[in-house]
Design a protein around this ligand. Structure first.
Ligand code: C2E
Ligand code: MG
Ligand code: MG
Ligand code: MG
Length: 292
């Protein structure tokens, strides 16, 4: 009996492994033509100054509009794109598109300090990455100071020595640098001090538990205090409810991102939001009770 069960388990296991491998293969095959068929779009999520409620910039987030599957989120395909190297041309497209869009918004007179782009490990470690960024800034005409690159803490720490060199080259160009998902990657504090970093983004898992778990409140306040004393701007990800905002404001966290302010938006919607502002922030007389 046990033998039979074991065999069934084995078959089940091997079948589900095959299903996963096939799914991966199908995604990879589809990814290969996605750039050519222009199936990618960027959505933009506002970054908000927590004191004033003003939008300071946007994080560009990649979406894949598959003709049959509909919208596919990065969680489903970015790791696969990394594994087969496709993340390099895709990331290049993201960077160009985001810089181009930001330049157009600025040209149109919209106020926006920075556009933020996520950089994968594979892109970051390539020999031609820094030159690629320089070329894109040159071609799109966006000022380097308006571009912010996000690299996750774990990617930076994987080889902290070479990270320092790459970050320094980007910094010399005038690009702003952020550590993404901060708190999840076991940073060495001595490296954190050496990295020429402008922004620490507190991972949303810590923000999520503010209020419900005292420990996370402590971690969030420690990160904010550390960022403030290292002269790094602290951005809280995943701000969803008022209590989280109140907590972050009380601790002098400078900026936030999250569904409480806005979900990621298509470019036109984001431009509209830039003009009108987050509801309830700039028009306290219109009767709406603002979150700030
Ligand atoms: P991330 O850089 O940490 O981005 C934040 C993620 O949190 C986004 O998910 C965003 O939609 C989501 N989010 C924002 N506010 C809230 C909130 O209040 N609550 C919750 N639950 N979630 C919120 P998304 O767009 O699915 O992206 C997931 C990850 O995929 C990103 O995490 C980033 O690591 C990666 N990614 C996205 N775009 C790109 C890209 O162009 N290139 C690369 N290499 N990676 C990307
Ligand atoms: Mg990010
Ligand atoms: Mg993040
Ligand atoms: Mg994250």
């Amino acid at each position: 009996h046990a033998k039979e069960k074991g065999r069934n388990n084995y078959q089940f296991f091997s079948t589900s492994m095959n299903v996963r491998a096939v799914e991966r293969q199908v995604i990879e095959t589809n990814l290969r033509r996605a750039l050519e068929y222009q199936e990618f779009v960027l959505h933009y999520q506002p970054k908000v100054n927590l004191k004033t409620g003003k939008i300071t910039g946007a994080e560009a987030l990649l979406r894949w509009m598959h003709p049959k599957w509909g919208m596919v989120l990065p969680g489903r395909f970015v790791a696969i794109a990394e594994a087969c190297g496709l993340i390099v041309p895709i990331g290049n497209w993201v960077l160009r598109e985001a810089c181009e869009q930001a330049r157009r918004w600025k040209e149109a007179g919209l106020e926006l300090d920075t556009i933020t782009v996520n950089i994968s490990a594979l892109e970051f470690r390539r020999n031609d990455f820094v030159e690629g960024v320089r070329t894109i800034l040159h071609r799109t005409g966006l000022a380097a100071g308006c571009l912010q690159l996000e690299i996750t803490e774990s990617v930076l720490m994987r080889d902290a020595e070479s990270s320092t060199i790459i970050l320094k080259q980007l910094k010399d160009m005038g690009v702003q640098l952020a550590v993404d998902d901060f708190g999840t990657g076991y940073s060495s504090l001595s490296y954190l001090r050496l990295f020429p970093i402008d922004v620490l983004k507190i991972d949303r898992s810590f923000v999520h538990d503010i209020g419900s778990s005292e420990d996370n409140g402590i971690i969030v306040s420690a990160v904010i205090a550390m960022g403030n004393s290292l002269k790094q701007r602290v951005v809280a990800e995943g701000v969803e409810v008022q209590a989280q905002l109140d907590f972050l404001k009380a601790l002098q966290c400078e900026e936030g991102q999250g569904y409480l302010f806005s979900r990621p938006l298509v470019a036109e919607q984001f431009a509209t939001l830039l003009v009108t502002g987050i509801p309830g922030t700039e028009h306290p007389v219109d009767g709406q009770k603002g979150v700030f």
